[in-house]
Design a protein around this ligand. Sequence first.
Ligand code: AMP
Length: 416
Amino acid sequence: MPKAPRGTFDILPQEHIYWKYVEGKATSLCQLYGYQPLSTPIFEDAQLFIKTVAGGTDIVDKEMYVFADKSGQELALRAEGTAPVCRAYIEHGLFNLPQPVKLYYIGPAFRYERPQAGRYRQHHQFGFEALGEADPALDAEVIEMARRFFDSLGLSRLSIHLNSIGCKLCRPGYLEVLRQHYSGYIDHLCPDCKARLVRNPLRLLDCKKTSCQEIAKTAPKITDYLCPECQLHFQSVQKYLGAMNIPFHLNPRLVRGLDYYTRTVFEVEPREKGGQSTLGGGGRYDDLIESLGGKPTPAVGFAAGLERIILNLKKQKTDIPALPEPDAFIAYMGEEAKIEALKIASELRKAGIAVIMATGDKSLRGQLRQANSLGIAYALILGKQELSKRSIMLRDMSSREQKIIPLAEIAKILKP
Ligand code: AMP
């Protein structure tokens, strides 16, 4: 019997209350800040991620779902959301619009990871991106927007960690110093970090192994090696965040798992940390669009994982509004009443009243039991007697009170 693939899951109806809640808050937030929706395909040319997220990252080296289609083209399931947005920005000439262009997306991402709580092979991201502007005020606004998103969800006890990882001018100098630091510890590094030392030294700071973290603690800080422009940019981001009263922690070891970032990087973490705790992260990626063949275009964005948000909503026992329930359940006795009930159900739905109609050959008791288990407030019961009088029985399912009402009045009573 086939099952959902490892690391994936079905979202059952009772879970959707959380999903609708989070998606609703995400779309209202984007409206508030002037971001417009963009949907990109679930699969892309694999080179899109290879060129941007880049070799030397776990995502590209180990986790991408890559396959050749029947024409032999190498495709990849969407590994993350930013590179596709940038591809679309170039492909549709969005650089011709007034800048910055502000876009958001909600959709699945695929990574072949070791599944555990909060880490899946298919997960969903809500992300927003502002393209075409280098102003540090935009970095601060994106961080404030991320913060407002979590506030609007009712999630508390979160911290924002902030760093700058410089630009292509100042970072190479820092990487050399970092390499020198780690060279003294080669024998103590995990096999992955030994490879990182050669291919992608910045990622050394992000290793989760305790022994490697010890070495990272004494590593030189990138913020001591920023060029004057990056320093000024970083100071301005902090000044603007201060002006907006957004608390943050400076974390000179924060580097993020994707290679395209420049200057500002930030992550949102619950205060009580766990293995897979990061709720969202983002930053500036001033070279990404150019690396895809576009003109040099500064940009900044953020993405959060919906599954982890929902785990935290449950952990924090956040109150989630219920989804609207059907207004009434229609029960009937006999074939003649069933035909009339079908007509009534159709009329009520036309009037915008949500009804569930009994089906099959259940007894009246069985039908009412079904209404009860669906949690519906009212049942409309149609029998021979009611039919002959062009009326129907309205039953309050919790008080069990019943009264006969004319057919013509049902809609008004259910939706005054
Ligand atoms: P990233 O694209 O790696 O910056 O991830 C953005 C956010 O997506 C993270 O902060 C997580 O909340 C979420 N996320 C990333 N990978 C996974 C995963 N494998 N399973 C669940 N959520 C994830």
